[in-house]
Ligand binder design. Structure first.
Ligand code: 5GP
Length: 207
């Protein structure tokens, strides 16, 4: 009998440019997990190569606002002029199916999830240094100068929010960071609060 049969909600967050997306991709390529990615909704335009329903659900501002008003978002935020958010129904469905559901979101949204989902696991991806973060944002080349400046300003504020998370994982090297996250997920499955119910059942069977 498996002790933990419920799904997990894992929130991967941290400042823009810290490499959350890259760490997430590395994580999904690794063996030994049952992770599913919760695709977010956004009003920003697709970048080259991005596909609707894979990287994001790309919607209009009106559609996004309708979703907010109809209570369909677990969390959302306005980030550098665009809305980003997590569709609620999909997340609940996946957790109930026993999946390890991974959200990769910015810090404001992560704090909203913390208010609503008490069992979720919060992992802050931190840069090895602030300079490393700035260089990444500039090198990435996907943003205009104005957007880079906005993102750097935001990142400066966000770096201090790590205290609100269960774990801090430094993205010094992508593989290293992904390894640590996998170890965290494994350990979380064994936490007493997640296993005690099944454990008690098991004891009664043996009595
Ligand atoms: P980008 O435009 O680079 O794809 O994403 C900008 C920021 O929005 C990133 O920090 C990314 O993690 C965050 N983000 C993506 N999806 C969501 C979401 O559903 N909710 C929130 N709060 N942030 C998101």
């Amino acid at each position: 009998m498996k002790l933990d049969e419920k799904g997990l909600l894992i929130v991967l967050s941290g400042p823009s440019g810290v490499g959350k997306g890259t760490v997430r991709e590395a994580l999904f390529k690794m063996e030994g997990h049952d992770l599913v990615y919760s695709v977010s909704m956004t009003t920003r335009s697709p970048r080259d190569g991005e596909v609707n329903g894979r990287e994001y659900y790309f919607v209009t501002r009106d559609e996004f606002i309708d979703n907010i008003n109809n209570g369909k978002m677990l969390e959302y935020t306005e980030f550098c002029g665009n809305f980003y958010g997590t569709p609620l129904d999909e997340v609940n469905k996946l957790i109930n199916e026993g999946k390890e559901v991974l959200l990769e979101i910015e810090v404001n949204g992560a704090m909203q999830v913390k208010e609503k989902m008490k069992d979720a696991i919060f992992i802050f991806i931190a840069p090895p240094s602030f300079d490393a973060l700035k260089n990444r944002l500039i090198r990435r080349g996907t943003e205009t100068n104005k957007s880079i400046d906005d993102r750097i300003l935001k990142a400066e504020r966000e770096i201090g929010l790590a205290i609100n998370y269960d774990y801090i994982v430094v993205n010094d090297e992508v593989k290293n960071a992904a390894d640590k996250i996998l170890a965290i997920i494994r350990a979380e499955h064994a936490k007493t609060k997640r296993t005690i119910e099944k454990y008690n059942e098991l004891l009664e069977i043996k009595k």
